[in-house]
Design a binder for this molecule. Sequence first.
Ligand code: ATP
Length: 328
Amino acid sequence: MAKEIRTIGVMTSGGDAPGMNAAIRAVARACAYYNVKCIGFYRGYQGMIEGDYCEMNARSVRNIISRGGTILKSARSQEFRDVEGRKKAANNLKKIGVDAMILIGGDGTFRGGEIFSKEYDIPVIGVPGTIDNDIAGTNFTIGYDTALNTVIDAIDKIRDTASSHDRLFFVEVMGRDAGFIALNTGVGAGAEEILIPEEDLGLDRLLESLKRSKRSGKSSSIVVVSEGDKIGKNVYELADYISENLPDYEAKVTVLGHMQRGGSPTCFDRTLASRFCVKAVELLLDGQQNVMVGIINNKITATSFEEGLKEGYGINKELLRISDILST
Ligand code: ATP
């Protein structure tokens, strides 16, 4: 029989994402609603290892739904990757009386959680919170929608200056392994080309495409580049290469960087976080464990970590075709 859950712990881990606060709020409020004690751990797994925590009630999460970042802070914990680190974390949970954990983070956070849960028989539920949207067990992760809107807003502004000066801009966006942000913002902002890790466009084709658009009468262009694109040059080298081979354009580079992680979450991310975390608490109270919550076809779902983290969850390449057609 599943053990009774009287105290639930919550933490945020990995890269921070807008909407993590809305998620923490939803955990604390759902716990209060169901009369369960809620403990917040600071700095993800590192706080569990160090016993750095606070007790949370419905009032301790007031006025945070609209705030970016995470009041519990986030971290990447090297120590938790080792058996010794996880043992310290398990001992602390026992000492504090935490019966189960809700882990808000990305794929790494879930992988760590799965190992930990198996080692110490502690129920965990994963809540996908990452701007990367790179988790198979959900159509959307918390923070992704806000990041898309932040990037679109920035590219729109770059477009204003690009067209005033007849310039070509390479805009680098986040996404080391996944091109979701680049692909969707590229289409949404009307980019000339989109370079993503999943597809190697090749320098020749990029050059050809830019030449073609110049011939068709375009005086300025935007190329959205994912951090991890496979063309083999970093964004500055890329701009230099194009400037050398296409002197008609003055090529400039903007790296959007960490601004993509910040800002007040969109309504979509706040609602998503709220739905995910009420479900996470209810799953634990129902005796379920070692699953991640997700949203698939607008239904909140529970998927095993194994299934939810499976490889090969690809971007929608149809968007590349749409982009090709619309950048004519
Ligand atoms: P993001 O997608 O935003 O980068 P993430 O959750 O994938 O978020 P990671 O740094 O990969 O971020 O993972 C978060 C933490 O999870 C790591 O710092 C580490 O403490 C723990 N972790 C990740 N993988 C493992 C693993 N294989 N074993 C144990 N712990 C792990």
